[in-house]
Design a protein around this ligand. Structure first.
Ligand SMILES: CC(C)(COP(=O)(O)OP(=O)(O)OC[C@H]1O[C@@H](n2cnc3c(N)ncnc32)[C@H](O)[C@@H]1OP(=O)(O)O)[C@@H](O)C(=O)NCCC(=O)NCCS
Length: 338
């Protein structure tokens, strides 16, 4: 069997469609109904986006003219310039024949040529397989190829709508502890007057949330990157629902954001939730999360499933999520090789 690894042009419908088919089939094979693969147009917009903050590329593994493996690589450009994020998928029927290894080798070569020293990859497996994913294809492949599990996460799901009295009870209880702060919620792009504060607080999520053994630097603060990402989000068919908490002086000190996509009617994803260190202890985390969820429920009564991911050790955020009714459905591992 001879495997050829070829770059995929996102503008080539047939090649990109075949690449996405492998990725989606593989992801659904691992998790079935709770899988959360990116939709074709979402990935196409991301790979085409370019922009100042990151670069992405896609490769297919082709055997006898058929696309059977899919690889993806992303490199941040403004920060974490030694890091490359990757993903590898192989059609279930053609696994254990070295195709995943061939795709990984090509991604590795590309990452090195771009000066990257740290490789990370996400892999999902069923919840019951436990935190280390022993026996599951992704974790076993990653370990066999020299990656270590740097962070264990749990995927949780919530059926919407959450009862209004539960949400108003949580919001009122939090409000008593955060009287000195105000909340602002909106859907769509960040209002101009909040842009700088939003760029600052969201840039800290990757390093302020638990990172396990991941070698991550804080992200660069860039209002231009916020606007570039929003343009990509619009091209992807996504819409954001957001809440911030402002201190008495008007500083953005906490935020929470959710996203929906036209390509998956009825579903929404929790993105970040963060409270600046100096402002913790005032129930702002619950406050912004509940406010963003209430906004989503008001504007999008069609959404019935919300998905979130948390580090296994993030007991505070998990406590908030469980109070809302989230239930664990799968595991996600962040694997790293340096
Ligand atoms: C992970 C994945 C890409 C592996 O593809 P593949 O073509 O089967 O990989 P390879 O044949 O190159 O496997 C290389 C080695 O990894 C290990 N490995 C791979 N799958 C394994 C499994 N299910 N159980 C145990 N070890 C496994 C083995 O050591 C294997 O070598 P061997 O077959 O000689 O024993 C594929 O299972 C997949 O698409 N999984 C879902 C997506 C995913 O989790 N990707 C990882 C993202 S980092």
């Amino acid at each position: 069997m001879s495997v050829t690894i070829t770059p995929v042009d996102p503008a080539d419908d047939a090649a990109f469609g075949a690449w996405h088919h492998v990725y989606e089939t593989s992801a659904r094979h691992e998790l079935g109904e709770v899988a959360t693969p990116w939709q074709l147009e979402e990935l196409r917009a991301m790979v085409q986006a370019g922009g100042s903050h990151s670069w992405s590329g896609a490769w297919s593994a082709v055997v006898d003219g058929d696309t059977v493996g899919a690889g993806w690589l992303r490199t941040p450009l403004l920060d974490n310039i030694e890091l490359a994020e990757l993903d590898v998928h192989v059609l279930p029927a053609l696994r254990r024949r070295g195709i995943g290894t061939a795709v990984l080798a090509r991604l590795d070569e590309e990452a090195r040529s771009r000066g990257r020293r740290v490789l990370t990859g996400l892999s999902s497996w069923p919840y019951d397989a436990g935190s280390d994913g022993a026996g599951a294809p992704g974790p076993e492949f990653a370990r066999a190829r020299g990656f270590d599990l740097a962070l264990s996460e749990v995927q949780r799901e919530l059926t919407l709508p959450v009862a209004d009295d539960l949400l108003s009870g949580l919001a009122d209880n939090a409000a008593r502890a955060h009287a000195a702060y105000t909340l602002r919620s909106w859907s769509g792009p960040v209002p101009d007057d909040l842009l700088q504060g939003w760029a600052e607080i969201t840039s800290t999520l990757a390093t302020e949330a638990p990172t396990g053994d991941l070698e991550l630097e804080p992200e660069a603060v860039s209002t231009e990157a916020v606007r570039e990402r929003e343009a990509t989000i619009a091209r992807q068919g996504r819409r954001k629902y957001n809440t911030v908490a402002l201190s008495a002086s008007g500083e953005v000190v906490a935020y929470s954001d959710l996203a929906t996509t036209v390509h998956e009617p009825g579903r929404a994803y929790q993105w970040g939730t963060l409270v600046r260190r100096e402002h913790r202890g005032h129930r702002l985390g619950v406050a912004v999360k509940v406010a963003a969820l209430r906004l989503l429920q008001r504007e999008r009564p069609d959404v019935t499933r919300l998905t979130t991911y948390n580090a296994e050790v993030n007991s505070h955020m998990i406590g908030v999520n469980e109070a809302l009714g989230f239930r664990p459905v799968a595991r996600l591992g962040d694997f790293q090789r340096t």
